[in-house]
Design a binder for this molecule. Structure first.
Ligand code: SRM
Ligand code: SF4
Length: 570
C-alpha cells in the first residue's frame, strides 16, 4: 500500500476481496464486530450501530456499554420490485429487525435493530426474495437510481434497461458475500483468494469512496440528477432516447471543520449514445478509482477530483481510457420534476398510485396502521411496487376495481392518502438520524413531522398552503436527505440547533445558501415565517419560494426578517 494512504485502503486491499475476519467473528458470541470488520461489513450492506436512546438511558443510570444493533440495507436498482419482495422484506423486519422498514432517499430499503446473531438469517431471507444487500453501502457503486414511474412508454423502458445494465455491470464480483452469508456451513475458515478470483472493475482496494449513479429525464428530475457522482440525463428526440448527457461530480456531504469540503452540483461533461453509456461509466469510475484521493476520505469523492483537476483534464483522462474523444453535451437539461404521488394512468389501461410515506418509515403506529395497509395491498392486489427517490412507494399495474380497493384498504387502516396531505409535507424529506445513526448531531426523522405541523398552520394563515417547495432536514451536515439543493434545508449543527438554508429549487439544479446558523429546533418555523411573509408580499408572478429567496439574496432576507420582528412591516 502506497505511503500516505488512509488505513482503510490497506484494510480493503488486504481483505481478500472483502472477506477479512467477518466469518470468524460471526461465530463469536460477542454482540459486536471488530473495528476492521465494521468497515468491511459496509460493502456487504451492513452498518454496526448502537441504539443511542438506550445509550442515553444507560448513561443516566450510571451504566456504561452500548446496545449493539445493525442496520442492513437492501439495494433495489431503480426502485423496481414486486409485491412478494416487499412482503418478504416486511416479514423479515418483523422477524429479525425492529418491526419497521425504512425506505431511503436512494430507492433502497433499510432494516434497523438487527442483532449480530441474526444477520445471516436476515440476509438469507433477503437473498431468497431475490434481492441483495451486497454493495448497498461501502466504497463501490451504490444502488443505481432511475425514474421509477411505470409509464408504458419506450422512454421509460429504455432508462430502466440502462439502470439495470449499470447495476449489473458494477456489481462486485467477490465470492465473499456468498461464502459468508449464504453458504450452508457457516464458514470460519480463512478462504483465500483463488487464482480466478478478481474484481475486474474495482481491483483489490475497491474505490476510494462511495460512488453514486442515476439515470433520469429532462421532463422529470425526480431522482435529483445533479447530486450524483455520475448522472445520465436522457436526450429525447421523436419519442426515443437518442443518447444521454453525462453529468459528473455531484455530491452533498460537507465537513464544516474542513473548509476544503463542499456540496457540488454535477457538471455536464459529454453526450453518449445509449450503446456507449456503460462503457463511458466504466471509464469514469476507473479514473476515480486510479486518481481519487486515497489518503483523505473527507476529500475522496469524485467531486473533489474534478474540482482539483478541472473538468477539461478530467474529461481528457476519461477519453484516454476510452481511446477516443467524447462529444460535447447537448443543450438538453432538466426543466420539470414529478414526485409521482397520487393517481396516474400508466398509458396501458392501468393505473399507478404514489403513496407518500412520511420520511420513508413503514410502521404501524396507532391509529395509523401503515405497515398493515401496505401488507394488505401487496397480498390482496399484488401490484407492482416501485420505490421513489423521495422515500415513498408506487403501487403499479392496477385496474379500475383495484384502484377502489386500494383506497378502501388505506381508509380502513387510517392511512392519510396522498391527496389529503399538505404540499409542504408531500415534498419534504428527513434523514434517519437519531436513534440509530452514529453520526447524527440532532434529531431529523423524529423532528420534521412536528416542524411541519407548525409550518402548515403558518402557511395556511398566509394563504400559502398550496405552494410546492422542497423542505429537507438532516441530523448532520452529511446531507443524506439532499438538503443543499432544496428550497429549504434544515441541517443539524449542534445539540438541538440547526443551520437553515434557503434558495434552492424543487428542480434540484441550484445549491441553496445559509440563511441563519444555530437555530433552535423550536424556532425553525418562527425563523421561516418572515421569509414567507416577504415572499407573499413581493414574489413575482409564478415565482417559487426558492427562486424568490435566491433573487433577494440573504442580506435582504435578513433585513426583512429583522423589520418584521420589530414591527416595521405593515
Ligand atoms: Fe447517507 C452516511 C443514511 C443517502 C451522504 N448515511 C450515512 C450513514 C450510513 C451513517 C454512517 O456512516 O454511520 C446513515 C445511516 C443512518 C441509519 O441509521 O440508517 C446514512 N444515507 C442514509 C439514508 C438511509 C438516508 C435516508 O433517510 O434515506 C440514505 C440511504 C441511501 C441508500 O439507499 O443508499 C442516505 N447519504 C445519502 C445521500 C443522498 C443521496 O445519495 O442521494 C447523501 C448525499 C449525497 C452524497 O453522497 O454526497 C448521503 N451519508 C452521506 C455521507 C456524506 C458523504 C460525503 O461524501 O461526505 C455519509 C458519511 C460518510 O460517508 O462518511 C453518510
Ligand atoms: Fe446520519 Fe447525518 Fe446521514 Fe442524517 S445526514 S442519516 S444524521 S449521516
Amino acid at each position: 500500500m502506497a505511503e500516505g494512504q488512509s488505513p482503510l485502503e490497506e484494510l480493503k486491499a488486504g481483505s481478500r476481496l472483502l472477506r477479512g475476519e467477518i466469518a470468524k467473528e460471526l461465530k463469536d458470541p460477542s454482540p459486536s464486530f471488530s473495528k476492521d470488520s465494521v468497515q468491511l461489513l459496509k460493502h456487504h450492506g451492513i452498518y454496526q450501530q448502537d441504539d443511542r436512546d438506550a445509550r442515553k438511558v444507560a448513561r443516566a443510570e450510571g451504566r456504561s456499554g452500548k446496545h449493539y444493533i445493525m442496520m442492513v440495507r437492501t439495494r433495489v436498482p431503480g426502485g423496481r420490485m414486486t409485491a412478494e419482495q416487499l412482503l418478504a422484506e416486511l416479514a423479515l423486519a418483523d422477524r429479525w429487525g425492529n418491526g419497521t422498514l425504512r425506505l431511503t432517499t436512494r430507492q433502497s430499503i433499510q432494516h434497523h435493530g438487527v442483532l449480530k446473531g441474526d444477520l445471516r438469517d436476515l440476509i438469507r431471507g433477503i437473498h431468497e426474495a431475490d434481492l441483495t444487500t451486497l454493495a448497498a453501502c461501502g466504497d463501490v457503486v451504490r444502488n443505481v437510481m432511475c425514474c421509477p414511474a411505470p409509464f408504458a412508454s419506450p422512454l421509460h423502458r429504455q432508462i430502466g434497461q440502462l439502470c439495470e445494465e449499470l447495476a449489473e455491470h458494477f456489481k462486485p464480483r467477490t465470492p465473499a458475500y456468498r461464502e459468508i452469508w449464504l453458504e450452508d456451513a457457516a464458514t470460519g475458515e480463512r478462504h483465500s483468494v483463488s487464482g480466478g478470483e478478481e474484481e475486474p472493475i474495482y481491483g483489490r482496494a475497491y474505490l476510494p469512496r462511495k460512488f453514486k449513479i442515476a439515470v433520469g429525464f429532462c421532463h422529470d428530475n425526480c431522482i435529483d440528477l445533479y447530486t450524483h457522482d455520475l448522472g445520465f440525463l436522457a436526450v429525447v428526440r421523436d419519442e426515443s432516447i437518442v443518447g444521454y448527457n453525462v453529468l459528473v461530480g455531484g455530491g452533498q456531504g460537507v465537513t464544516p471543520s474542513r473548509k476544503d469540503t463542499f456540496p457540488a452540483l454535477g457538471k455536464k461533461m459529454a453526450f453518449v449514445t445509449p450503446e456507449e453509456a456503460v462503457q463511458v461509466a466504466e471509464a469514469i469510475v476507473a479514473v476515480q478509482r486510479d486518481h481519487g484521493n486515497r489518503a483523505d476520505r473527507k476529500r475522496a469523492r469524485l467531486k473533489y477530483l474534478i474540482h482539483d483537476w478541472g473538468l477539461d483534464k478530467f474529461r481528457e483522462e476519461v477519453e484516454k481510457r476510452l481511446g477516443r474523444a467524447l462529444w460535447g453535451p447537448w443543450d438538453d437539461d432538466v426543466f420539470e420534476v414529478d414526485d409521482h404521488i397520487g393517481w396516474h394512468p400508466q398509458g396501458d389501461g392501468r393505473w399507478f398510485y404514489g403513496l407518500n410515506i412520511e420520511n420513508g418509515r413503514i410502521a404501524d403506529r396507532d391509529p395509523v396502521r401503515l405497515k398493515s395497509a401496505i401488507e394488505a395491498i401487496c397480498r390482496e392486489l399484488t401490484p407492482g411496487v416501485r420505490l421513489t427517490a423521495h422515500q415513498s412507494l408506487l403501487f403499479t399495474d392496477l385496474d379500475d376495481r383495484q384502484c377502489q380497493e386500494l383506497m378502501s384498504i388505506l381508509k380502513a387502516h387510517y392511512v392519510p392518502t396522498s391527496e389529503s396531505i399538505s404540499e409542504a409535507r408531500r415534498w419534504s424529506m428527513a434523514c434517519v438520524a437519531w436513534p440509530t445513526c452514529g453520526l447524527a448531531i440532532t434529531e431529523s426523522e423524529r423532528a420534521l413531522p412536528g416542524v411541519l405541523d407548525e409550518l402548515e398552520v403558518e402557511l395556511a394563515k398566509l394563504g400559502l398552503q398550496r405552494e410546492a417547495f422542497t423542505i429537507r432536514m438532516t441530523g448532520c451536515p452529511n446531507g443524506c436527505a439532499r438538503p443543499y439543493n432544496s428550497d429549504i434545508g434544515i441541517v443539524g449543527k449542534a445539540r438541538d440547533k440547526y443551520t437553515l438554508l434557503v434558495g434552492g429549487q424543487r428542480l434540484g439544479k441550484r445549491l441553496n445558501f445559509i440563511h441563519r446558523e444555530m437555530v433552535p429546533r423550536d424556532e425553525i418555523v418562527s425563523t421561516l415565517v418572515p421569509l414567507f411573509v416577504f415572499f407573499k408580499a413581493e414574489r413575482e408572478e409564478g415565482e417559487t419560494f426558492g427562486d424568490f429567496c435566491h433573487r433577494q439574496g440573504n442580506d435582504r432576507l435578513l433585513q426583512f426578517a429583522d423589520d418584521y420582528r420589530h414591527g416595521r412591516v405593515s
